[in-house]
Design a protein around this ligand. Structure first.
Ligand code: IMP
Ligand code: MG
Length: 421
């Protein structure tokens, strides 16, 4: 399979978890390189449903190595909880390696995330309240704590004492309750002891694996338009969700990467606030009515809309997408007509890229092309030739408009509901 980066080409929740699970069959190692437990990847195997937040979904297959890279922010208590939940479901968590340089998400990060959102009121970002922004903030400010600190009891105690003191001052200014050093210390040290056997120099591990010709799959979290640099700032997450983030977040160089796969839904969704030009209530009602499109991390109903080819074309350029995986095709099975946004119009100007200025983006009106629906269930299709003609022509158009080649079509959550081209 060679070294493959998988990214979300929209606003997250493109169905990456399932595609990664399918591709993992061919990989030796799966690496998470950015984000934290704000991510939620749902994978169905048989009748069992697994929701992963920090652990790469490769863990669901025996003998695959799973790596949490240096670019990830780790909430150690939540990670231990995720490991225990997997154990409960009968998955043995062993081949897991956590970067010693990964930064920690602390309770004051979660508290600050919450307080900042409250203060913003109507202008809030709609974060997952997992403390992601403040944790990356500390990392950039060079005041963060890392896994290597957590597993060194003496060092951790001193650093934590200072951080709790500092952050309690800030929390006081927000009128929030101060944190108890003793409580945080006890919980984090316990998690540290549990995680210590998994903590290592993952850069050395990945280089050695690459040298031995192992195939590495880089598992993106969130999506292109939630990228801290390329997304709809400030309505973004705090990491680089685009393909470059896979290099910096793992220590594997760009010229060692062989392929970029972009995952996108056959329509569009977004959780949280911020502009979404093709948002449409009718399609949201349809999908929610089918019991689909509720967030895997927060349970929030996702906002829904028509496929936005302006956005996916932009994503293809930024990420260098070679191949596409289109998911959730079956969500559109009942529609008579399906719209696709091919350009934006802002007053007299026609735009074929996503503007950086979100005030301009909020004013953009989609220009639509219409496609006739196929009005038959696709969920039992297993081959390209079994898909309705109209579905095939819709998919071909999505790939052409995006500017990449179609590799995978997904027609349901199960592993078998996957069509390779
Ligand atoms: P944060 O990452 O929790 O700070 O949230 C920032 C924005 O990114 C919010 O709009 C979230 O809803 C969104 N977000 C964060 N993680 C995910 C994800 O895994 N899927 C979809 N949206 C996400
Ligand atoms: Mg998700």
């Amino acid at each position: 399979m060679a070294n493959t980066i998988l990214v979300g080409a929209q606003w997250g929740d493109e169905g990456k978890g399932k595609i990664i699970d399918v591709l993992t069959g061919k990989a030796d190692i799966v690496v998470r390189t950015q984000g934290g437990n704000n991510a939620g990847h749902t994978v169905f195997i048989g009748k069992k449903r697994y929701v992963l937040h920090l652990i790469p979904s490769g863990i669901l297959r025996p003998r695959k190595l799973c790596v949490i890279g240096n670019g990830v922010v780790v909430d150690p208590v939540s990670l231990v909880g995720e490991m225990e939940e997997l154990n409960r479901l009968g998955v043995r968590v062993k081949n897991l390696f956590i970067s010693e340089s990964a930064h920690l998400v602390m309770p004051y990060h979660r508290e600050l995330d919450e307080q900042r959102e409250l203060l913003k009121g109507e202008d809030r970002i709609g974060t997952t309240k997992r403390g992601i922004g403040p944790a990356y903030g500390d990392k950039a400010a060079r005041t963060g704590l890392r896994m290597i600190d957590l597993i060194n009891p003496g060092r951790f105690e001193g650093l934590l004492r200072f951080k709790i003191k500092e952050n309690n001052e800030i929390l006081k200014a927000f009128g929030a309750k101060p944190l108890s050093f003793a409580k945080v210390h006890a919980a984090y040290r316990a998690a540290g002891d549990r995680l210590k056997p998994f903590v290592t120099n993952t850069v050395a591990l990945l280089h050695e694996a690459a040298r031995r010709g192992k195939d590495i799959l880089f598992e993106g979290a969130q999506g292109t338009f939630l990228d801290i640099d390329h997304g709809t700032y400030p309505f973004v997450t705090s990491s680089n969700t685009t393909s470059g983030g896979a290099c910096t977040g793992s220590g594997v160089a760009p010229n060692r990467m062989d392929e970029v796969v972009g995952v996108m839904k056959a329509y569009i969704t977004r959780v949280g606030e911020g502009p979404l030009p093709t948002e449409n209530q009718e399609i949201a009602d349809l999908l929610h009515g089918m019991g689909r499109e509720f967030g895997a991390t927060t349970g929030r109903p996702r906002r829904c809309g028509w496929f936005d080819a302006v956005a996916t074309r932009h994503a293809a350029i930024i990420n260098g997408i070679d191949d596409l995986a289109v998911t959730n095709l079956d969500g559109l099975d009942s529609l008579e007509t399906i719209k696709v946004c091919i350009a934006y119009r802002a007053g007299p100007t026609r735009l074929d890229y996503v503007p950086a200025d979100i005030e301009l983006l909020a004013k953009c009106e989609p220009v639509y092309a219409e496609f006739p629906g196929w009005r038959t269930s696709t969920s039992r299709c297993r081959k390209w030739s079994q898909l309705p003609l109209r579905a095939r022509s819709y998919l071909r158009s999505l790939a052409e408009l995006t500017g990449a080649s179609l590799m995978i079509v997904s027609v349901g959550p199960a592993r078998e509901q996957t069509i390779f081209l």
